[in-house]
Design a protein around this ligand. Structure first.
Ligand SMILES: *[C@@H]1O[C@H](CO)[C@@H](O)[C@H](O)[C@H]1NC(C)=O
Ligand SMILES: *[C@@H]1O[C@H](CO)[C@@H](O)[C@H](O)[C@H]1NC(C)=O
Ligand SMILES: *[C@@H]1O[C@H](CO)[C@@H](O)[C@H](O)[C@H]1NC(C)=O
Ligand SMILES: *[C@@H]1O[C@H](CO)[C@@H](O)[C@H](O)[C@H]1NC(C)=O
Ligand SMILES: *[C@@H]1O[C@H](CO)[C@@H](O)[C@H](O)[C@H]1NC(C)=O
Ligand SMILES: *[C@@H]1O[C@H](CO)[C@@H](O)[C@H](O)[C@H]1NC(C)=O
Length: 354
């Protein structure tokens, strides 16, 4: 929706011009002159696609990460999405730096979406890789070089800025922030961005159970973070990370635009950079989700994955969208899936809305 914000402005200008009236034209010219300064905050247009056919064709590659969704055959794991290496090439940062929160994967890290940036890109790419796992088999394929640091820790919203960004002297305008924590990414991103950090690119996983326009956010509370059974990140159900629309709304408030969605991964880029590099972007979350997730070649094979699709919730959302109070209707359903506190027996707090 926000991408079409400029369109009404242009259309009304055109209408004024269209009347062909000289006075109108002069008044318009004066109005335009006066408005020049105040309207300078309006974003410059970017290339938008509305239907998959309008997407600029991109090379196909095999995204092995999608094998983890379930029984997706090898020949369906292809992707035509923007790869991070291509986007970083377009941005061409002088001192490329990656902060990777949740960097461990099977086979030493090779399935991490940032792995190609650290291996076949430039050895100047420096990185801080963080993951609570201490198992070497989750990291040992990352290059062993002096500008790549690996630390094993849990990351929390209230300590990320002091314990990581400040402690490791990370620049306010670093190249890439990657987040894969299956839980409180909205809260974590908010802490980072609110502290004035402006990564050029944000790559994060989202919770696809809740399709746009549904906002689902598990509410983070530092006091009770260890109380939940199960913890969100080890949940084998639909109650874990925040939804796409929740992420987009939060990131829009920090001037980020959704550029690419590939199954459960989404890439946002600072809006001024999107304008600069003129990368094509989807019209809105719904278009991105329908093409990148629902029509993904693995989706049909992986519907049984409880973290990707939940028939009960999907049906409830469709019904709730046609109720006078969406939140009230949905709360009765989501409560069935919310983890329970080991201390108080209360359900994990969350936001569900449209
Ligand atoms: C990385 O390289 C350094 C120096 O070459 C070596 O001392 C260290 O053991 C290596 N670390 C790993 C995990 O291989
Ligand atoms: C932190 O980084 C800046 C450049 O980004 C550098 O000028 C400064 O010396 C660094 N400080 C420390 C303590 O490493
Ligand atoms: C966090 O949880 C504690 C303990 O239940 C509660 O007292 C506090 O109000 C909560 N904080 C927020 C911000 O909700
Ligand atoms: C977003 O961009 C606008 C226009 O450049 C600017 O006025 C605003 O301060 C920016 N907001 C943030 C959070 O950076
Ligand atoms: C629900 O949908 C039906 C048709 O599908 C429509 O007639 C009705 O007005 C809708 N109700 C609300 C509350 O939107
Ligand atoms: C919808 O229901 C919730 C309680 O579930 C309530 O807090 C909220 O005010 C209601 N919204 C409207 C618009 O009635």
């Amino acid at each position: 929706m926000y991408l079409s914000d400029e369109l009404p402005t242009t259309t009304s200008y055109q209408k004024v011009l269209g009347c062909g009236c000289i006075i109108g034209g002069i008044l318009f010219f004066m109005y335009f002159q006066i408005q020049q300064k105040p309207v300078s905050f309006i974003w410059k247009p970017v290339q938008v696609w509305y239907t998959p056919e309008q997407r600029i064709k991109r090379p196909t590659y095999i995204n092995q990460d999608h094998a983890f969704c379930g029984p997706c055959p090898a020949d369906k794991r292809f992707s035509t999405a923007w790869q991070l290496t291509d986007l970083v090439t377009l941005i061409s940062p002088k001192t490329p730096f990656l902060l990777n929160i949740g960097a461990g994967t099977a086979d030493g890290g090779i399935y991490d979406p940032t792995y190609p940036l650290l291996t076949n890109f430039t050895p100047l790419f420096s990185a801080l890789l963080i993951d609570p796992s201490t198992n070497p088999s989750h990291f040992n394929a990352y290059p062993n070089r002096s500008n790549i640091h690996i630390i094993h820790d849990y990351i929390w919203s209230e300590t990320i800025v002091e314990n990581i960004l400040q402690k490791y002297n990370i620049s306010k305008y670093f190249t890439l922030l990657k987040v894969d924590i299956d839980s409180y990414e909205c809260s974590l991103l908010q802490s980072i961005l609110q502290s004035g950090y402006q990564p050029q690119i944000i790559h994060t996983e989202f919770n696809p159970i809740f399709a746009p326009p549904v906002i689902f956010i598990p509410i983070y509370n530092s006091t009770t973070k260890h109380d939940w059974n199960p913890p969100l990140w080890s949940s084998s159900g639909p109650f874990y990370g925040c939804s796409l629309s929740a992420l987009s709304k939060l990131l829009l408030s920090f001037n980020y635009t959704l550029v690419e969605l590939d199954f459960w991964d989404v890439i946002y880029i600072k809006r001024d950079i999107v304008e600069l590099i003129q990368v094509q972007v989807p019209l809105n979350d719904k278009v991105a989700y329908e093409y990148g997730f629902m029509s993904h070649s693995c989706f049909a094979y992986c519907r049984g994955n409880v973290k990707l699709y939940n028939e009960h919730i999907d049906g409830a959302i469709k019904t709730a969208l046609n109720q006078s109070n969406f939140t009230k209707y949905m709360t009765n359903i989501i409560d069935l899936f919310a983890p329970v506190s080991k201390k108080t027996n209360l359900k994990h707090p969350y936001i569900i809305s449209i």
